[in-house]
Design a protein around this ligand. Structure first.
Ligand SMILES: C[S@@+](CC[C@H](N)C(=O)[O-])C[C@H]1O[C@@H](n2cnc3c(N)ncnc32)[C@H](O)[C@@H]1O
Length: 366
């Protein structure tokens, strides 16, 4: 998959490429999720016995329509990023994109409730990004426009989880058990090794201390904490900004992982004393905040504050080192050392999003 023209070189263009890939990844992830949900429901035996041919045809038509709308959203995202990166995003272009988004929203109304909802969530973010880029609006001003959000707005996430079934599990970017393209991996201060699964990149960092205390920054409904817990690390504090999500996660794990805590807390205003944790683990949350530079800076400073001396921030991100390392992490806190590890997911997302590197950033507090 090629990045948009004009987004391949230079600071601004590199940032645009990273953002574009993130949008693209989200849309693709939702598409794959919808297809998987479809097959989970209809692909294993129910088709033949419980469904008529006409019903099946209608289902397939709806599925095709969902994929088409998702694809169009991906393309519009690409167009917005490209116009913005090349200085051509003006009112006229913005109106055309808005008209296309309105049409997609109308067509999404014909889908089943779950598919329509997912399409609308992505649509609200594309619309929000357009408002923000066109008129330089704050996160709150974008929301006040109606039907539009930015990822840095906590109300986007809370509304998202309010409308998500408690069964949903979704790992942004990469999950602990995902295969990655085999590569050498040299963790900060430790010997080099070969890695084939993402968890193998986290393990050496997590096992630097015998019983580390881990803070998961914006846990979502990812299985990451569960996998870390089953690897023997039980002192895990998960924070997020959606009550509904946290109550689902608490219920899910109260029997199987009783030591884990699930706390409602804003990453940019942590309710912990300083020097409490051995690891702060972020996957996608700093990326969500980075549209709001001040919020990202404060969240990074909060992560730094609650880490013990000699402890680590681990951040898994789409954002390239030129931006995340040089312009953000290193400027926002006084780390003694930071390292960027690049990796490529070796699964369907990696294939769909070919050429997109992910990064594990490790920063050490002196
Ligand atoms: C991109 S998702 C990543 C979720 C999860 N870490 C994963 O890897 O799948 C970002 C998560 O951060 C949460 N979040 C967003 N802003 C936050 C904030 N200011 N404080 C705490 N959590 C936040 C969202 O609710 C969401 O669950």
């Amino acid at each position: 998959m090629k990045p948009p023209p004009g987004a391949t070189a230079g600071g601004q263009a590199v940032k645009a490429t990273a953002r574009w890939r993130r949008w693209l990844f989200t849309v693709l992830a939702v598409v794959v999720g919808l297809v998987a949900a479809f097959w989970a429901r209809y692909g294993s035996g129910r088709l033949g016995s419980n469904i008529t041919e006409a019903e099946l045809r209608e289902l397939l038509q709806k599925k095709e329509q969902t994929l088409q709308l998702s694809y169009q959203l991906t393309k519009l995202t690409e167009v917005v990023e490209n116009l913005s990166a090349t200085g051509r995003l003006n009112t006229e272009a913005g109106n055309r994109v808005h008209a296309a988004l309105d049409r997609i929203e109308g067509e999404a109304g014909e889908l089943d409730r779950e598919a329509a909802l997912k399409i609308r969530w992505i649509l609200s973010i594309v619309r929000g990004s357009l408002h923000q880029k066109l008129r330089n609006l704050t996160d709150e001003e974008v929301e006040a426009e109606g039907g539009a959000f930015t990822y840095a707005n906590p109300r986007y996430w809370d509304s998202y989880y309010q409308n998500t079934t408690s069964k949903e599990r979704f790992d942004w970017y990469v999950a602990w058990d995902d295969a990655i393209k085999e590569a050498d991996f040299k963790p900060l201060g430790l010997a080099s090794r070969r890695v084939k699964h993402f968890g193998e990149m986290l393990e050496p960092y997590l096992s630097r201390n015998e019983k580390p205390r881990v803070l998961i920054f914006g846990c979502g409904n990812s299985v990451m904490s569960e996998r870390i817990y089953s690897a023997g690390i039980e002192d895990i504090v998960n924070i997020d900004i959606s009550d509904r999500l946290l109550s689902d996660m608490r219920t899910r794990y109260e029997a199987s992982a009783p030591q884990m805590q699930w706390l409602f807390m804003n990453a940019s205003q942590l309710d912990f004393k300083e020097a409490q944790f051995d690891i702060v683990l972020d996957k996608g949350t700093l990326d969500s905040l980075q549209g709001n530079r001040k919020l990202l800076q404060v969240a990074t400073q909060e992560a730094y504050r609650v880490l013990q001396p000699g402890a680590l921030l681990l951040s898994i991100s789409f954002t390239a080192p030129e931006q995340r390392l040089e312009e953000q992490l290193k400027r926002d806190a006084q780390w003694s050392e930071c390292r960027a590890h690049e990796f490529v997911v070796d699964n369907v997302f990696g294939e769909l999003n070919r050429g997109s590197q992910l990064h594990l950033y490790a920063c050490l507090k002196p």
